[in-house]
Design a protein around this ligand. Structure first.
Ligand SMILES: Nc1nc2c(c(=O)[nH]1)N[C@H]1C(S)=C(S)[C@@H](COP(=O)(O)OP(=O)(O)OC[C@H]3O[C@@H](n4cnc5c(=O)[nH]c(N)nc54)[C@H](O)[C@@H]3O)O[C@H]1N2
Ligand SMILES: Nc1nc2c(c(=O)[nH]1)N[C@H]1C(S)=C(S)[C@@H](COP(=O)(O)OP(=O)(O)OC[C@H]3O[C@@H](n4cnc5c(=O)[nH]c(N)nc54)[C@H](O)[C@@H]3O)O[C@H]1N2
Ligand SMILES: [Mo]
Length: 694
């Protein structure tokens, strides 16, 4: 039997076996492959750094072990007293897209029912929210890929905007092979990434725009498609609304102007537009996919909308051979965003502000709908409120390491320090857990049952493979114990299959309907694509007949760039792009604890173009300082032609002086609340050694 480990890839299916080894399993999303982090994640189960007992912060700042009863009594007491003194919204919860569907669901319920608080949001706000908002706006529904992932295999043309899948989802690149063979893989990234390299040798095209200029690029492509009569007018007439406004809005984005704003040559724009249309016309298929590179901007929702608009003008979405999708991030990036961790959301994508949705869910929970709180604060604003008057004073963190991963992380650290009480559930003393008053050690993926939902909306079962260490507990058990201590209404199961059944009832009739599913059904070979109401066979391809809006049509929403500032400036400022390395996962809380991965990438390095390096007297391997008004990073330089002259790159996996998020801004997209991780203005200077200016 095999075990697919992953907080990392999408396909996570575990079967009993000890000791745990990790191997790939044949599964459509990963084709039996696993990325490097997957192969080593088993090491974390027995890591010597694992927390094995509840830990309480002492007066001198050190941690001492405590019994579960004492720790939970203390936490319940603080939750009660904060609420009594400052009101229910003074208690906040921060969740994560790595949680199973059961845990994500229970966390949302616990916040609304046991705490009576509206203040819950999660790290998926940093991750999936702009594409989700764009999908909702255009299609009335957000499912990462509205088609099965292996549909990509047959496509002649695949356009990937702002994703480095070769390093962030290595098993996925098998699905790009067909397009590569056809010469039709197009990668849009300001860096020459491992994914961009897949387009070499006739396999396709790498387009290298200035960071943050994708919206203009997409408007320009839409302009060419319409001007060159490549638009699918029948499709636009029968399946969409809003085309006229779009046509007018792109009319000003002629190719030469787009070239000037994006740096992408006119010939490439024209070639790209033609290729997209040809793949569609041939019937073989064209897919447009977006990743964090285009979404993590203050205009991320509009940029994702522009990608959708281009897809609609080409007639791709809801056909049997083409489509648009966004690539999921965390282990349960899709399911984690469906079941109530978002501040405006109830399970199944129900809306907490909608009276009918409130009534349905309150009915399942056995509470009066009027007792449910209203809309809370999205993640960045929630973090900004920590310790502030009227803000959150006691915070529970589940599956996020915000001290490293949140934007403007220095301010987040100050906010956490200003809290009355911080509780973190984790397996390790992450940088965030280290600041807590109480750390509660939880089970890891191989030690628990649960479900996750893949980027294609497919629900899969993860099975327990081995027993957890004696002192750790599952999050469902912890929430049950706290609910009991708080005398919360409703019932609180700690059995994942039971929680899943309740989740099914709470989502019945909703957009993300899981009511026809159960753990038992997921044990069979039934491909469980939601919506999966009782009596259904699931929905691998969405939107074939109609979109999810009341009128059944896709809504084209004309968008335009708000700022188109030049990024390379003469005053020494330069644009910082942040993202990922193959060897590390997210805040690095897990992968920095795997010796093999830490040896491969021990510290942050700043990617700089040789010409920029020469101008700034930076040498390869030399120390540099990257700074702005928010903070300073000191690290070594990596001089490489893979990056544009006007851009530098830092991974965000490191803490301390190498923490990229010391520099990023907590400005957010007005629609999605997504922060601008991918474009930050910084000053770069050479240092003679760690700390000393050249
Ligand atoms: N190794 C590894 N794999 C991971 C993760 C990890 O931490 N490490 N995390 C997982 C998670 S949660 C996520 S969300 C996914 C993310 O997966 P990706 O979206 O593939 O990851 P990123 O590296 O954040 O960004 C992708 C690319 O966007 C480019 N980019 C930056 N700015 C722009 C821009 O303005 N325009 C365009 N077109 N491109 C731009 C960057 O150069 C980068 O190569 O990966 C998942 N897989
Ligand atoms: N500059 C910059 N910043 C970014 C990004 C970027 O591209 N650039 N990307 C953003 C994105 S897309 C994301 S998704 C975020 C992610 O960033 P984080 O939220 O920091 O994600 P992780 O590092 O995975 O942190 C998860 C923590 O929870 C623990 N954990 C894992 N599973 C569980 C569980 O089941 N229960 C509990 N209680 N704990 C668990 C892990 O040990 C770890 O400490 O970072 C965002 N930050
Ligand atoms: Mo993510």
């Amino acid at each position: 039997m095999t075990l697919t480990a992953t907080p990392v890839t999408d396909a996570a299916v575990a079967a009993p076996q000890a000791p745990v080894t990790v191997s790939g399993r044949a599964f459509p999303t990963n084709r039996g492959g696993l990325c490097k982090k997957g192969w080593t994640s088993a090491e974390l189960l027995a890591s010597p750094e694992r927390i094995l007992e509840p830990m309480l912060k002492q007066a001198d700042g050190s941690f001492a072990p405590a019994s579960w009863d004492d720790a939970l009594d203390l936490v319940a007491e603080k939750l009660r007293s904060t609420r009594a003194e400052h009101g229910a919204d003074a208690v906040g919860v921060f969740g994560g897209g790595g949680l199973t569907n059961e845990k994500a669901y229970q966390l949302g319920k616990f916040t609304r029912v046991a705490l009576g608080s509206s203040r819950i949001d999660y790290n998926g706000r940093f991750c999936m929210s702009s594409a989700a908002a764009a999908g909702n706006r255009a299609f009335g529904l957000d499912r990462g890929l509205p088609f099965p992932v292996d549909a990509l295999d047959a496509a002649a043309t695949i356009l990937i905007l702002g994703s480095n899948v070769a390093q962030t989802m290595p098993p996925f690149i098998g699905h790009l092979e067909g397009a590569r063979q056809a010469g039709g893989l197009i990668v849009v990234d300001p860096r020459r990434t491992a994914t961009a390299r897949l387009t070499e040798d006739g396999a396709g095209m790498h387009v290298q725009p200035t960071p943050g200029s994708d919206l203009v690029l997409l408007l320009g492509l839409t302009h060419i498609v319409i001007a060159d009569k490549l638009a699918d007018r029948d499709y636009l007439d029968s399946r969409t609304t809003g085309f006229e406004a779009l046509r007018r809005s792109v009319s000003a984005w002629w190719p030469e102007r787009v070239q000037q704003k994006t740096g992408v040559p006119v010939w490439q724009l024209r070639d790209l537009a033609r290729r997209l249309a040809a793949g569609r016309a041939s019937g073989v298929g064209t897919y447009i996919l977006t990743g964090r590179g285009v979404e993590q901007h203050a205009d991320g929702t509009d940029t994702a909308t522009a990608a959708i608009n281009l897809s609609l003008v080409l007639g791709l979405v809801g056909t049997s051979h083409s489509g648009y999708g966004t690539l999921t991030g965390q282990g349960n990036g899709q399911g984690g965003r469906e079941h109530g961790q978002k501040c405006d959301q109830l399970p199944g994508y129900r809306k907490i502000a909608d009276p009918a949705d409130r009534a349905h869910v309150a009915g399942v929970w056995g509470v009066d709908p009027d007792t449910l709180p209203g809309v809370g604060l999205p993640a960045v604003q929630l973090l900004q409120s920590l310790g502030q008057p009227g803000g959150v004073r006691t915070l529970l963190v589940h599956a996020a390491n915000v001290v490293v991963s949140a934007p403007n992380a220095g301010a987040v650290r100050e906010g956490l320090a200003a809290l009355d009480f911080l509780v973190v559930c984790d397996f390790f003393f992450s940088e965030t857990a280290s600041l807590a008053n109480v750390v509660l050690p939880v089970t890891q993926w191989a030690e628990e049952e649960g479900t996750v939902t893949t980027l294609e909306g497919r629900v899969i079962r993860r099975r327990k493979a081995l027993d957890a260490p004696a002192g750790v507990r599952s999050e469902l058990w912890i929430l049950q114990q706290l609910a009991e201590r708080l005398n919360a209404p409703s019932t609180w199961s700690a059995v994942p299959a039971e929680v899943f059944d309740e989740l099914g009832r709470a989502t019945a009739g909703a957009l993300a309907d899981y009511s026809g599913l159960s753990h038992a059904l997921l044990d069979t070979d039934v491909p469980a694509f939601w919506p999966f109401p009782i009596g259904s066979a699931g929905t691998p391809r969405l939107f074939q007949e109609r979109f999810a809006h009341a009128d059944g049509r896709a809504h084209i929403v004309a968008v335009r760039p708000v700022t188109t500032d030049a990024t390379a400036q003469l005053d020494g400022n330069i644009t910082l792009v942040t993202g990922r390395l193959l060897e590390h996962y997210q805040s690095g809380a897990q992968t920095r604890r795997v010796p093999e991965l830490l040896t491969a990438q021990p510290a942050a390095r700043l990617q700089v173009h040789p010409a920029t390096a020469e101008l700034l007297s930076i040498v390869d391997g030399g120390w540099v300082e990257v700074a702005n008004d928010r903070g300073t990073v000191r690290c070594r330089a990596q001089v490489t032609t893979d990056i544009r002259l006007d851009t530098v790159f830092l991974p965000f996996h490191f803490a301390g002086e190498g923490r990229a998020n010391s520099l990023t801004s907590d400005a957010t997209d007005p629609i999605s609340g997504m922060p601008e991780f991918k474009k930050t203005t910084v000053r770069v200077r050479a240092l003679q050694e760690a700390g000393a200016l050249v």
